[in-house]
Write a protein that binds this ligand. Sequence first.
Ligand code: DGL
Length: 269
Amino acid sequence: MQPIGVFDSGVGGLSVLKALRQTLPQAQFVYVSDAGHAPYGERDVQHVLERSAAIGRYLVQNHRVSALVVACNTATAAAISTLRADYPSLPIVGVEPALKPAAARTRTGVVGVLATRSTLASEKFAALLQAQDPKVRFVLQACDGLAAAIENADHAQIHQLCARYTQALGPLGSGAGEMDTVVLGCTHYTFAASVLSTLVGTDVALMDAGLPVAQRTASLLQTSDGDGLTADKTEPWVELLTTGSPTALENAARQWLDGTGAVRQLNIV
Ligand code: DGL
């Protein structure tokens, strides 16, 4: 029985894990929150690359994972090609801001992108942006501090930062020249979706990438040996691990996932 490994800098990847659980209800998962070395989005690329390599190595060596899901836009941008080079036969799925679905959805031709500073500065993001329909205008907004506020469940700060960053996007709505679609380009931001929805209004769609990532993982596993699809019913469906304090992950898992086991703290070097 090989679980699917999933990691993020913190609780954000639980939004992807939730979609994975819905798409692959038979699978078992091991989730690593790297809260002891977070946030990733305002750190240098080398730090994110080294942390991603250490967690990938840990999941492959200690859990013999059947697939690896990098449930973090920032880590995907920094490290997915290195991880793929290190484990050429392992199915590895990353997450990137949902620009293409947003471009397909917008009627006004204006799309906002909320993401970490590091994701927006990455070459991978530049290439993704370059590949979009030139008729769509993308407005990019780095959201310093927002992932950390979500990690700490600091509701006042979440509200304040969401208000600041949505305001910075410019006019929102379905009228000519207004922004009718906003991409949540960091997996943490899905957990602020209700605050963001209230701020942007009902005419504006928020798009994350949880479901497409889950569907891609399912299709890769079905085309490989499919080991991750058979649950051992005596075990909880997910093992939750953190390099930081267990409280944030415990609380977030209680709120966003059904029936998980306890959180275990560990060092990954
Ligand atoms: N959840 C991560 C992402 O999707 C970033 C959070 C952080 O800055 O650590 O980019």
